[in-house]
Design a binder for this molecule. Structure first.
Ligand code: GLA
Ligand code: ZN
Length: 673
């Protein structure tokens, strides 16, 4: 079994990406001194260092990295050592111009940024293996080495390449997956529009076509591109496992970033020894701490519930969104500790010292341009002490109350062209349902539609357009055995090849929901429908309506206007020991809360009315005890009832009765018992 805990790390991880190659060595000494002052326990190094480690083909310059690792070790700082394969040197591309990736329209990307890689390119693969082998051989036994950081954020900035090597590789992948070209024809439905292939050699990547291309081909290309990235990760990982046994290998994910939808992290979670994640606040006007909680919950779920590690976030503003606000005082600590509450074994940042040059010089850092006499630095030092005082929670696991189903492949399929409405956005529904659960103070695990759900009293399916028959059976059994299910519209429509399930919609969900859907009737922009429900209650929907025919389900809310007027809008089907709810329109937050309230009653989940909005309460539990994290995202002081006495770890105070959590503060109570 590979090691899953950073070697030699005895505290929670605290630190960041450290790119000392941007500075003269004299600065390194100041760096390590300040790292100690801030309580840094681990830094990530060498991620982009290929051109410095191998200045010309076969000529290596490891001296600086030797000195750096020795210096870190001398100061008791552990190293997360990168393989620099996300940034091959300029000389490599001069020799191998075909290693540069090609966009779907045929444009070949240039050198001069990062991540310009055709992952099918044999010369790239060979060169990546060679530099990884060199590094592993040289540093396997270095006393500073805590873990290996392969590559960087697979899938961005280029998730798929459309060049000739990729075309050949795609054909190999298709042969291995389907065996015969007729099986491809069948799966892709090439009878439509005369797309039939007589031989694998006639198949290309889904490059730019005059009008919409074959959707199943596009979906398979996503799978192929993801599998190709994974092949390259696994190749590096296996070299590291062989040459550097006992040291965990990771690559940093970006689980919840909607711009990075190209990776099927369910498949990656079991390939890494330790799941690590990067998270940046998306400032689009929504509550950023909800997006953060979702990212952390999703990352933990990808890790199978095991502890994971936040490898990058920001101390303050970032620099790649249209507008990049600074973090408010205290927000960095709330962000970091919210990740820890949801399973992270520490908090690391991009990056240690803010760059003076290059593309990311306006991205905040632990040590800002302004140096140590700055608010950010003072907060970093304070956070370092807080993280240190939480070390006993290592190895404990976050406790979830409900599950949300999540499937990247369904998302890929849903995002293809020519759907009933471009206003329906599966990710938007996932975010909205997550937010409604968050506002009910429920901690959420994400689960694959075919995963064992028996541990959850409540399971929500926000919008899973692609769903297999096996997933449908899984949900049916879940409800029969007493579970409560909530399903949103446009779920269970197609199979794994984007082919509509046989018979009425929603194929695999008809039995569990006790209904069929005859037709979809999306709304025009700005249009709304009223929905009439129990005791005169009224909700509104937009974006979507459809014609639902109950076949066993009870109608709880009915469309009051629009084309679906008089038909069911929200239904409930009692099946076996459980119940399944169906929502046939896009509800706003009040509607989602109403439906989830009913479903939570079915699931016998008691309301957490004692917790104010935006006061987050999450538990971690394990051998060392049970820890209650309370994070006050509001500008008012809060008081939260405790079910047991305990010790607050950040202040050292005893806690009993009602726990006071000042505005913007975090408290972590080890409960007695
Ligand atoms: C990503 C990368 C880092 C850095 C940060 C900040 O997460 O991994 O190298 O670019 O974003 O932008
Ligand atoms: Zn390619």
């Amino acid at each position: 079994m590979p090691e899953t805990i950073p070697k030699g790390l005895t505290r929670l991880a605290f630190g960041g990406d450290y790119n000392p190659e941007q500075w003269p060595e004299s600065v390194w000494h100041e760096d390590v001194r300040l790292m100690r002052e801030a309580g840094v326990t681990m830094v990530s190094v060498g991620i982009f260092s290929w051109a410095l480690l191998e200045p010309s083909p076969g000529e290596y310059a490891f001296g600086w990295l030797d000195r750096l690792l020795d210096l870190l070790h001398a100061h008791g700082i552990r190293a997360d050592l990168g393989t620099p394969t996300v940034a091959p040197p300029a000389w490599f591309y001069r020799a191998q111009p075909e290693a540069l990736p090609v966009a779907a329209d045929g444009t070949r990307y240039e050198f001069g940024s990062r991540g310009a890689i055709c992952h099918s390119n044999a010369d790239y693969r060979e060169a990546a293996a060679a530099i990884t082998t060199r590094l592993a051989t040289r540093y396997a036994d270095h006393p500073a080495l805590a873990m290996w950081h392969v590559h960087n954020e697979y899938g961005v900035p280029v998730s798929a390449c459309y060049c000739e090597s990729c075309a050949a590789h795609f054909r190999r992948w298709l042969r291995a997956t389907y065996e015969t070209v007729d099986a491809v024809n069948e799966a892709w439905g090439t009878a439509f529009w005369g797309q039939r292939y007589a031989d694998f050699n006639q198949i290309n990547p889904p490059r730019v076509t005059p009008t919409v291309g074959n959707p199943a081909q596009a979906l398979d290309y996503k799978r192929f591109a993801d599998a190709t990235l994974r092949e390259n990760f696994v190749a590096e990982r296996d070299i590291l496992h062989r040459l550097s046994p006992g040291v965990p290998v990771t690559t940093n994910f970006m689980t919840a970033l909607s711009q990075c939808d190209s990776i099927d992290y369910w498949a990656w979670g079991s390939e890494v020894d330790l799941v690590t994640n990067d998270h940046y606040l998306i400032t689009d006007g929504r509550r950023t701490h909800v997006n953060l909680a979702m990212a952390a919950d999703l990352t933990r779920s990808v890790a199978g519930g095991a502890p994971w590690l936040l490898l990058e976030h920001s101390t303050s503003g970032i620099n790649w969104q249209p507008r990049n606000p600074a973090k408010a005082p205290g927000q960095m600590a709330r962000n970091s500790l919210a990740h820890v509450a949801r399973g992270s074994e520490g908090a690391l940042f991009f990056q240690w010292r803010q760059s003076r040059r290059g593309a990311e010089k306006f991205h905040s850092a632990m040590l800002p341009h302004g140096g140590t006499d700055t608010r950010v630095w003072r907060e970093v030092v304070e956070l370092g002490a807080s993280v240190d005082s939480l070390s006993e929670i290592r190895g404990t696991r976050t406790v979830a109350d409900a599950a949300v189903l999540w499937d990247w492949q369904s998302w890929w399929a849903q995002n293809l062209q020519w759907r009933p409405s471009e206003d329906h956005d599966a990710r938007e529904r996932a975010d909205a349902f997550y937010e409604a659960l968050y506002d009910r103070h429920l901690t959420v695990d994400f689960a694959h539609p075919e995963a064992d759900l028996s541990a959850y009293p409540l399971v929500v399916v926000p919008a899973l357009y692609l769903m297999t028959q096996a997933a449908g059976r899984n949900l049916t059994e879940y409800v029969e055995n007493g579970g409560t299910l909530v399903v949103s519209y446009f779920s269970g429509i197609v199979d794994e090849h984007d082919a509509v399930h046989d018979g009425a919609y929603p194929g695999p969900l008809r039995d569990v929901l006790g209904l069929t859907v005859e037709e979809f009737s999306p709304l025009l922009p700005g249009d709304r429908v009223r929905i009439a429900g129990p005791e005169g209650s009224e909700l509104t929907g937009d974006v979507w309506t459809e014609f639902v025919v109950p076949r066993g389900a009870d109608t709880v809310w009915t469309f009051a206007d629009g084309l679906a007027a008089g038909r069911p809008a929200i239904t409930r089907h009692r099946l076996g020991e459980g119940s399944a709810w169906y929502v046939a329109t896009r509800l706003a937050s009040d509607g989602l809360d109403a439906v989830l309230g009913w479903a939570a009653d079915d699931a016998r989940i008691a309301p957490r009315a004692e917790l104010p909005r935006d006061v987050e309460a999450v538990r971690r539990t394990g051998e060392s005890g049970t820890y209650l994290f309370v994070i006050n995202h509001t500008s008012s002081d809060a008081k939260v009832p405790l079910e047991a006495h305990g010790t607050e770890l950040l202040t050292g105070d005893r806690a009993a009765g009602r726990l006071a959590v000042p505005a913007g503060a975090v408290r972590v109570v080890r409960l007695d018992g």
